[in-house]
Design a protein. Structure first.
Length: 278
C-alpha cells in the first residue's frame, strides 16, 4: 500500500512538473513569436521611412470586435417611419436612403462643425435616430460632415450606416443623406483584430502604399463583407480604413484591410479629391 502511495505521489508530482514546464515553454514561444513579429514590423517601418513614406504614431494595440449582420432600413423600416416626425425640412426616402433639405441652412463652425451638429441630431424632429451616430472627423471634409452609426462600439464606415451633412461655401449645412442599419446582431464571439500598425505595414508589404507618400490616418470600423439573398441584409467585418496621400498628387486614396485576416480588400477603394479636404 505504501509503495502504491509513493507511486501516486511521484506520478502527480511528475504531471505537475510537466504542466509547469509546458506552460513556461508555451509562454516563451508566444513571447518569441510576438517579439519576432514586432521586430519584422519595426524593420518594415524603417523601410517605409527610407522610401519617403511618412506616418504618425501607429498603435500596436489589438482591439476586439465581431462579425455582425444587419439590414439597411428599407421601405417601412425604422428610418422611413421616423421620417414622419421631421420638421422644417423637405424629405424623401429612396430605396434605403433618406435625403432631406433644410428649409433654412444651419450655420456651423468651419473647424468644429460637430459642436452645433451634436445638438441638432439629438432631436428627432431634426434627424431620425440621431442618438445612434457619432461625429467622424477623419471621414469629414470641407464639403461633407460625416456621422457614423455605432454598432458594438465600432463605427459603420460605409453609407449603409452614416449621416452625411452637406455643406455650402458659407459653412452652412443645407441638408443630409442618411442610411441606417437595423436588426444588427453578432455572428460569433468577440475576436481579436490586427493592430493599426499591422494594417499599415501589411498595405506597404503588398505594394499598396507608393513611395513619397503620407499615411494620413487609419481607423477601424465595420464595412460590408457580403450580401445575403435579401439584398438589404448583409454581413459586416471589422476593417482598417487607411487614407494615403501621394505628396506630389492632388488626390488621396482610401484602402481597406480586413482586421481579422489582414486581407487587402480591393472591392471598393475610395478616391477623394484634395480640393474637398483642404
Amino acid at each position: 500500500m505504501n509503495f502504491k502511495r509513493i507511486q501516486w505521489i511521484f506520478l502527480v508530482a511528475f504531471l505537475a512538473f510537466d504542466i509547469v514546464v509546458g506552460c513556461e515553454l508555451l509562454f516563451q514561444n508566444r513571447f518569441t513569436i510576438s517579439n519576432s513579429s514586432q521586430n519584422r514590423q519595426a524593420t518594415v517601418l524603417k523601410e517605409m521611412r527610407t522610401d519617403s513614406i511618412s506616418y504618425g504614431t501607429l498603435s500596436k494595440h489589438q482591439p476586439t470586435a465581431y462579425y455582425i449582420s444587419g439590414s439597411r432600413s428599407g421601405d417601412g423600416g425604422q428610418l422611413e417611419q421616423e421620417m414622419a416626425k421631421l420638421h422644417n425640412q423637405t424629405s424623401r426616402f429612396v430605396n434605403t436612403q433618406l435625403t432631406s433639405e433644410f428649409d433654412s441652412p444651419v450655420k456651423v463652425s468651419a473647424e468644429h462643425p460637430n459642436q452645433r451638429l451634436d445638438r441638432l441630431i439629438k432631436r428627432s424632429r431634426n434627424v431620425p435616430l440621431g442618438e445612434a451616430y457619432q461625429y467622424n472627423r477623419q471621414l469629414s471634409d470641407k464639403k461633407t460632415v460625416v456621422y457614423t452609426q455605432m454598432v458594438k462600439g465600432q463605427p459603420v464606415l460605409s453609407s449603409d450606416g452614416q449621416i452625411r451633412f452637406h455643406l455650402n461655401s458659407n459653412h452652412e449645412v443645407t441638408g443630409y443623406t442618411q442610411g441606417y442599419l437595423e436588426n444588427t446582431a453578432t455572428l460569433q464571439q468577440r475576436m481579436t483584430a490586427i493592430s493599426q500598425q499591422r494594417a499599415v505595414v501589411w498595405l506597404y508589404r503588398h505594394n499598396q502604399i507608393p513611395n513619397n507618400s503620407q499615411v494620413r490616418w487609419a481607423i477601424m470600423g465595420y464595412t460590408k463583407l457580403l450580401t445575403t439573398n435579401n439584398r438589404n441584409q448583409a454581413v459586416y467585418v471589422p476593417t482598417w480604413v487607411v487614407q494615403i496621400k501621394t505628396k506630389t498628387a492632388e488626390t488621396v486614396q482610401r484602402l481597406n484591410v480586413n482586421a481579422f485576416n489582414s486581407t487587402v480588400m480591393k472591392t471598393s477603394p475610395d478616391t477623394v479629391n484634395m480640393d474637398s479636404i483642404k
